[in-house]
Design a protein around this ligand. Sequence first.
Ligand code: ME8
Length: 525
Amino acid sequence: MTFYLTTAIAYPNGTPHIGHAYEYIAADTIARFKRLDGEDVFFMTGTDEHGLKMQQTAQKLGMSARELADVNAAKFRDLQDTLGSSYDRFIRTTDPDHTAASQALWQRMADAGDIYLDSYSGWYSVRDEAYYAEDETEVRADGERYATATGTPVTWTEEESYFFRLSNYADRLLEWYDTPGEDGISPVGPDVRRNEVASFVRSGLKDLSISRTTFDWGIPVPGDDKHVMYVWVDALTNYLTGAGFPDVDSERFRELWPADVHIIGKDIIRFHSVYWPAFLMSAGLPLPRRVHAHGFLFNKGEKMSKSVGNVVDPYDLVASFGLDTLRFFLLREISYGQDGSYSADSIIGRKNADLANEYGNLVQRSATMVVKNLDGVVPTVSAADLSADDRDLLDLAEAALGRARAAVDRQELHRYVEALWSVLGETNRYFSAQQPWKLKKEDPKRMATVLFTALEVLRQISILAQPIMPESAGRVLDTLGVAREQSARTFAALDAPLPAGTRLEAPTPIFPRYEAPADGVAGTS
Ligand code: ME8
């Protein structure tokens, strides 16, 4: 079976921001982890191009919605490329196969008797592309009405609309939330989000308006061209389009569907774990194995200003700190699933402490000692040479894969990073305690064993760190003399120690400390 992983598809009504970058980096890390762990992965991301918000923004800019989508979809794609995202398909909801999939899903829901024509009257937020019940809105001091949860303006909408019988699905949804998969993992995570949607469902579901007649930038409703689909019906269907729907008998569809995990942000959990599974149930299709909502990212620093380099533009963050530092920081600093904040200072802190000191320094010291004292040749060490301390450390490194897997399977990406860095912490303590620089004269054989042990742990941790920092971890593996062939760098290679006799070159530093630019320290002013 293929591991099918998706991100949310972004609205290309503007340019991408750091919140999008955060989602892409996390999803890419999971995709890379699964590939190195031997799975066939299909990783899909893209843009959500229909709807009133797109149409209105385009009008304001004096362009067509299609032109706006073209311009901005290219920017989202470019951001993914800049972040090193290893996506397999960048889907656009204006792609022709997506129109076919959306209409086919609609038809299945209609055939199931779940769609009827009526008239809608209620509050709509264009910014959220969402309908709100009266009690989910409030009138503020300016006399205008807003959605309470998101603070976006809502407008009274009355029109003929098709409805989906969402109210029929409450019991089945509640049962689904309470049914973990074979691996014991709940279909909706983290728990706080599952509880949130379960209580929303328990409070009573109303049927959902799923078509619009007041604009035409959308996918036509089959058999009634006056209506276009509500943008969320078409948006959610992208996950099926990527799997080859409506060709449900194809090998591709059977391989890919149901999706293994939908990675999304917490603001769209209701769409993904109430509407989406209900549509799929109605259409007689299997439900995704897991919907995981990450938190929101905030900039803690006071004023943001390009001149001091303390900026939210993901491109600027990459330029200031380096791609792998940004990837590492976001995954390490924030408990995946909770909100998090970042500032130039906190990024610099992590870069210096966790990357330069904890990781880079250790690589540098061990490899340099091998080059200087062992002619650059990885020594031959047998099991009998290993002390209890060596074995304990090697055992710890060996256990890291299991810990990392368990964490990644629950999207606890911070725990995955923590599993690796706790081993690096131990390795640093080991290195200081063994004092190989002293052993050089006293006991050269023991020095060789200590260096071998350190290199071996670094090799394993670096193989496991590739999904987090593809480029830098790869360079560490080069430094350690690990063959460039992919087979030497997958998780299957963890068990095969560095071959004795491997030659190391004098290392060049991979994780330099952050040096403030001459014209000021980023974000510390
Ligand atoms: O919601 N921090 O698109 P979108 C973290 N088109 N994540 C954030 C964020 C922040 N500050 N701001 C946004 C949409 N996100 C729909 C999705 S899916 C079928 C349709 C996340 O461009 C957000 O939670 O507003 C979502 O997962 C993604 O970025 C795209 O948001």
